[in-house]
Design a binder for this molecule. Structure first.
Ligand SMILES: Nc1ncnc2c1ncn2[C@@H]1O[C@H](COP(=O)(O)OP(=O)(O)OP(=O)(O)O)[C@@H](O)[C@H]1O
Length: 273
């Protein structure tokens, strides 16, 4: 069974990215197992504790249960055996598919959660304007319907829609997958600014080891059959001091472990093919 106290690797020393105070636990997941159907066990025992302001990434091969773990943490599905404590009511979930309402213009899609939260029109306008700017949308874009947006724009819109609600807990399932390299970087920056300014806590799924090591305080590596955490990497270098070179070094160090390289089918990964 995996426990945070069993951290087997701290690959960088230095000051934590998050010198934000971490006094209490905002999320505590204790899982004995999860099965969608009685026969197949999808997740094995796992415990995850997150402090306010912490960014944790889940990486692992397709089908190892990353999305399932995030859905359980976010309360979208109940674990078949286990419990989740969330010490806040303010959370947002962002999936690969944008889930924008096709009959609403971009502005109204972004303001949707704010209307539900009964913010005034002026407050809605201010929040949407800030998020729209951060996500690179023009005034003209805000009048468009989702069908008139590109795949990347839809993804940015979904990120903006989650950000405007200013959640304490943000669950991200591959939010950047449809974005080009430059946009990804911009999104990272916008997201990190948001996270830093409000000590938002993030649990994120990504297929991209480099992305995980660039953005997270901790990276949990999952293996399949049944899904379980087999390695935890704590990165203490502050986010704003991280470089591509550092992330590449961390990636190389992680993949120098044959078990991890096998998991990602990345043996001899230094070679292009
Ligand atoms: N609603 C469901 N009902 C039954 N089985 C499911 C359901 N959702 C997922 N599974 C199964 O649970 C396992 C884990 O799926 P999950 O989507 O959590 O993995 P993942 O690591 O996020 O995959 P990917 O990286 O491909 O998105 C898979 O075997 C999948 O078929």
């Amino acid at each position: 069974m995996f426990k945070p106290s069993q951290r087997d690797n701290e690959i960088r020393s230095g000051t934590s990215s998050s010198q934000r105070p971490r006094k209490k636990t905002i999320l505590h997941l204790r899982l004995k197992e999860h099965r969608y159907l009685p026969i197949e066990q999808v997740l094995d025992a796992c415990e995850l504790k997150m402090a306010p302001g912490e960014i944790v990434s889940l990486i692992g091969p397709s089908g190892c249960g990353k999305t399932t773990l995030v859905k359980i943490a976010a309360g979208l599905i109940s674990p078949s055996d286990g419990s989740v404590e969330r010490n806040t009511d303010s959370g947002a979930v962002l999936f690969q598919d944008h889930r924008l309402l096709p009959w609403k213009r971009l502005y109204d899609n972004m303001a949707f959660g704010l209307k539900a939260a009964k913010l005034t029109r002026q407050e809605q306008f201010e929040r949407v304007s800030v998020a729209a700017k951060a996500m690179g949308f023009s005034q003209a874009d805000l009048k468009k319907f989702p069908a008139e947006l590109s795949g990347g724009m839809k993804q940015r819109a979904a990120i903006a829609r989650a950000m405007v609600t200013e959640p304490d807990l943000l669950f991200l399932d591959e939010p950047f997958s449809a974005l080009d390299v430059g946009r990804r970087r911009e999104m990272y920056r916008a997201l990190l600014t948001e996270i830093e300014s409000r000590a938002c806590t993030v649990l994120m799924v990504t297929h991209d080891i480099f992305e995980a090591l660039s953005l997270s305080d901790r990276v949990l590596v999952m293996a399949p059959d049944p899904g379980r955490v087999i390695k935890e990497v704590t990165i203490k270098m502050p986010l704003h001091l991280r470089t591509r070179q550092l992330a590449h070094e961390l990636e190389a160090e992680l993949l120098s472990d044959d078990m991890i390289a096998d998991l990602f089918r990345m043996k001899n990964w230094e070679k292009v093919l």
